[in-house]
Design a protein around this ligand. Structure first.
Ligand SMILES: *Cc1c(COP(=O)(O)O)cnc(C)c1O
Length: 422
């Protein structure tokens, strides 16, 4: 749990997210062991899945990551600037950014040594123009659509793209560093899921053959994200791109939990209770009165809401652990999640017939006691997985939705031993 001392001083957001960088390095080790022959690209898009772009990128590099990957070019620029300022050599921190448009600043990307993904000949033309301007080749990874129908060249379009790449390479305008794709069902152990993954691999192979026929020979082939790393050895190729696993979460807890995978969730979200009070039996809580006190009740107020990324779909569904002078206990989230706050049930108050009182006449918690929404699970707190289940979504959405304004506290190690049974 985050101690009061650790809370960021001088900030007016009472909540905080503690990120354990040792857990990030540990998780990277687990993923490296799962794909021992492959280079590791640490996926740090979306503010490193809400964990903080630069601290996570640096921890990943310290932990042996060979590459960094982001979606947006803007993130890549921020990342490169931060690494330059930290005197991290560019050769030790190649960055791949996979989203661009014709209005992207490709010249700046070339200047910043950012590798670009290429799916379409018209983007390649823009990249070549920028390379001509910059006076040096752009580093590109050709993307093949292997069945997700997102970015990537279909096999039908690939021969034209391949010959354009070959010409651009011959003209010294591009260096085709990689060939890559992304799979849509690598976390799905069903027969249909496995058939989908086999098809992705087959189409990837066909795409590589088309590139080879055109004389395009990428040095790094990459196809797998976390689920491919964990569950599809045949799809590892030369590099893998870990995302969710790096943060200690399972790509699908229904297939294997983070604990079963030996991963340690790196982020712990908590906030101090801003109010503790008694409400009478029959009193509704929050908008719409969807929860009504079944007895006279102690309720607490947590200063986090959907404006901070706490999904409203978790209304009446999730729980927090409240850390009190008497020890920690579970408190269910009651009523609807508001924009900036939600309420929790701290238990029956004195005078409730037929229910044990939390402590005779005394509040079970006091304002300032810390409520932990989710974390590594080591102190009995919920996991991001539990909040995902409560909100009928995936753990990815729970962590990436966390507002960037919530103070992040970076730790290194301390008590993060949960899940290190790999
Ligand atoms: C997000 C993403 C990843 C990482 O996926 P995880 O499931 O989080 O491991 C890898 N590659 C691409 C292209 C992505 O968009």
């Amino acid at each position: 749990m985050i101690s009061t001392d650790e809370r960021v001083e001088g900030r007016d957001y009472p909540s905080s997210a503690a990120v354990d960088l040792a857990a990030i390095r540990h998780n990277l080790g687990v993923l490296r062991a799962a794909a021992p022959g492959a280079l590791q690209l640490a996926t740090v898009k979306a503010n490193a899945y809400g964990h903080g772009l630069l601290p996570v990128a640096r921890a990943a590099l310290d932990g042996g990551a060979d590459w960094l990957g982001v979606a947006q070019l803007a993130e890549a620029f921020t990342l490169r600037r931060g690494l330059d300022e930290a005197a991290v050599a560019r050769a030790d921190a190649p960055i791949l950014a996979w989203i661009s448009t014709s209005s992207s600043d490709f010249a700046a990307a070339i200047e910043a040594d950012i590798d670009l993904s290429v799916s379409w000949t018209w983007v390649l033309a823009d990249i070549c123009a920028a390379a001509r301007e910059a006076g040096r080749p752009a580093r590109v990874h050709v993307k093949i659509d292997t069945g997700m129908s997102r970015a990537g060249s279909t096999l039908a379009d690939l021969p034209a793209l391949a010959s354009a790449l070959r010409m651009a390479a011959d003209d010294g305008l591009v260096d085709v560093v990689g060939a890559w794709s992304h799979m849509s069902r690598a976390d799905d152990p069903s027969e249909a899921g496995n058939a989908s993954t086999a098809s992705h691999v087959r189409i990837f192979e066909e795409g590589l053959a088309i590139l080879a026929d055109a004389g395009v020979t990428p040095r790094i082939r990459h196809l797998s994200a976390t689920s491919g790393i964990l569950w599809h050895r045949e799809a590892h190729y030369d590099m893998v791109r870990a995302g969710i696993g790096l943060y200690g979460l399972s790509p699908d807890p229904a297939v294997a939990t983070s604990e079963q995978l030996g991963l340690t969730p790196a982020l712990e979200l908590s906030a101090p209770l801003t109010s503790v009070k008694v409400i009478e039996e029959g009193t509704p809580a929050s908008y719409g009165g969807t929860w009504v006190a079944p007895t006279r009740r102690w309720i607490g107020l947590v200063p986090l809401g959907y404006g901070d990324g706490i999904l409203r779909a978790a209304s009446n569904q999730a729980r927090v652990v409240v850390h009190t002078a008497f020890g920690p206990f579970n408190a269910p989230l009651i009523g609807r999640v508001c924009m900036d706050q939600f309420m929790v049930d701290l238990g029956p108050a004195e005078g409730s017939p037929g229910t044990p009182t939390a402590r005779s006449g005394q509040a079970p918690a006091i304002p300032g006691d810390i409520a932990t929404l989710f974390g590594s699970g080591i102190s009995g707190e919920a996991l991001a997985d539990d909040w995902a289940q409560a909100a009928d979504t995936i753990n990815y959405e729970i962590v990436t939705h966390l507002g960037a304004h919530i103070p992040r506290i970076y730790r290194d190690g301390a008590d993060a031993t949960f899940g290190s049974n790999s």
